[in-house]
Design a protein around this ligand. Structure first.
Ligand code: JFZ
Length: 428
């Protein structure tokens, strides 16, 4: 199962992420929560200009709206996410069926969401927040209690540190970055690190090189050899970590030679943006999750807490509906621990995932009465048994042309995706 090639480039872990025990939890869990939360959240997506107009963006607001550093720092000094409730966040993730959480510990703005000793540009020293609180520690405790893994997003690109953009002073920045990463690992024992900002940008001053990526990977391995790390550590995939990170899209087929995780927003922004009400429907979100797991990928779905630290109601509602679908009739079986099966072509009517000798055909376009669902076989196998999860309706299985026809005798069990569970025999 899976490619044995370790994928392109240098592997941080010195093992094969496709098969190693280290990545096992990540390969099984399939569904995680991304949290974009930082000093940018305090703007709630809106920067009122002196001329009375409003400039809008989320975690990029400082750059896109050209907010002067002193104004940005002043706003951060009023940041008071007193409503941040780690237990509620973890419960939202758990109720959604999510198995891990990745929160921005430091985004491009450079603001640390934990009491770093490296500088004072952080939630304890530069805010109006309770000085006795540490939201990463709270999240770690709540996640541990709930059996949920915790990981940190960390931006290599830093808009605040004056030593970042100048290649002559960059090593000084890099030292501080290494120190911050050590703080994160030592204080919170994260299961995963999700790097970003290593890429070539419109900013010609991003001095991060592939060599820097290699050194960083070696450093992380020394800090904690069990860490799972995404691929945004080294430029141009010269250093590729454990898995690829397609953003806002789902690859239309399994990716050869690389584990992957699609990260996606629930509306159109990562950070909180009060004006953005362009929410995805629960049905399309579940279908995305099914498409992802059936192509051996993970789905990292984002929430952006507001300036008080609360997750928008619209996000919580949608996630809850995803969890309801996953729990109903054991339909989560089609996702957790499941992957691309190699036995059939992906049908137009849904997706097919596999766990051992079981195929899960998740039907999003249920056929009209008496009409079959066709499965195009890629290789020879037999179907020993077929049933609809959560129903005792009969499914007739017949050999047909290049594969099988499955003809259900009744209707779908829900209006998002009905799962037909097939026991297969792939022969000796
Ligand atoms: C980055 C960030 O700039 C953004 O704010 C957010 O955190 C997102 C998850 O990651 O944006 C990217 C990163 C990589 C690509 C595009 C946008 N990319 O590889 O195409």
């Amino acid at each position: 199962s899976g490619a044995t090639a370790a994928g392109p480039g240098t592997d941080y872990a010195h093992d094969d992420p496709f098969t190693s025990e280290r990545t096992d939890w990540w390969r099984q869990d399939r569904f995680g929560m991304f949290i974009h939360f930082g000093a940018y959240s305090n703007w709630e997506g809106e920067y009122p200009r002196a001329d009375g107009t409003v400039c809008r963006d989320a975690e990029w607001i400082q750059r896109s709206c050209k907010i002067p550093t002193d104004a940005y720092e002043k706003k951060a000094a009023t940041f008071d996410p007193a409503d941040f409730d780690a237990k509620a966040v973890v419960k939202t993730a758990k109720d959604a069926g999510m198995k891990y959480i990745v929160i921005t510990s430091k985004h491009h703005e450079g603001y640390a969401m934990w009491p770093t000793k490296v500088n004072s540009w952080n939630l304890r020293d530069h805010s109006s927040f309770d000085k006795n609180r540490d939201i990463l520690a709270e999240l770690k405790k709540a996640a541990d209690d709930a059996g949920i893994k915790l990981g940190f997003y960390y931006s290599i690109w830093d808009w605040h540190d004056p030593d970042f953009p100048d290649p002559a002073t960059f090593p000084k920045y890099e030292k501080r970055m290494y120190a911050q990463l050590k703080e994160l690992v030592d204080s919170y024992d994260p299961a995963l690190l999700w790097f970003d900002g290593e890429w070539d940008t419109e900013d010609p001053h991003n001095p991060w090189t592939a060599r820097d990526g290699e050194r960083l990977e070696a450093y992380l391995h020394d800090l904690d050899p069990d860490l799972v790390v995404n691929n945004r550590v080294g430029k141009r995939r010269v250093v590729d970590g454990d898995y690829g990170t397609p953003e806002q899209t789902i690859p239309d087929a399994p990716v050869d030679g690389q584990l992957w995780e699609s990260c996606m927003t629930l509306n159109g922004h990562w950070g909180y943006a009060r004006y953005d009400q362009n929410w995805k429907s629960p049905g399309s979100l579940v279908r995305n999750l099914l498409a992802t797991s059936s192509r051996s990928g993970n789905y990292l779905l984002n929430v952006g807490p507001d300036s008080r630290g609360g997750i928008p109601r619209q996000s919580v509602d949608r996630l809850k509906q995803m969890g309801d679908w996953l729990r109903a009739d054991g339909q989560g079986e089609a996702v957790y621990g499941a992957r691309y099966g190699g036995l059939v072509d992906e049908p137009a009517w849904g997706s097919v995932s596999r766990k051992g000798d079981v195929l899960y055909a998740a039907v999003t376009d249920w056929p009209a009465a008496g009409q079959p669902l066709h499965l195009k076989a890629r290789t020879d196998f037999k179907i020993a048994h077929a049933r609809v999860l959560g129903s005792d309706q009969e499914v007739t299985v017949t050999r047909s042309g290049d594969g099988y026809d499955l003809t259900p005798s009744g209707g779908p069990t829900n209006d998002i995706a009905t799962v037909v569970r097939l026991t297969v025999d792939t022969g000796p």
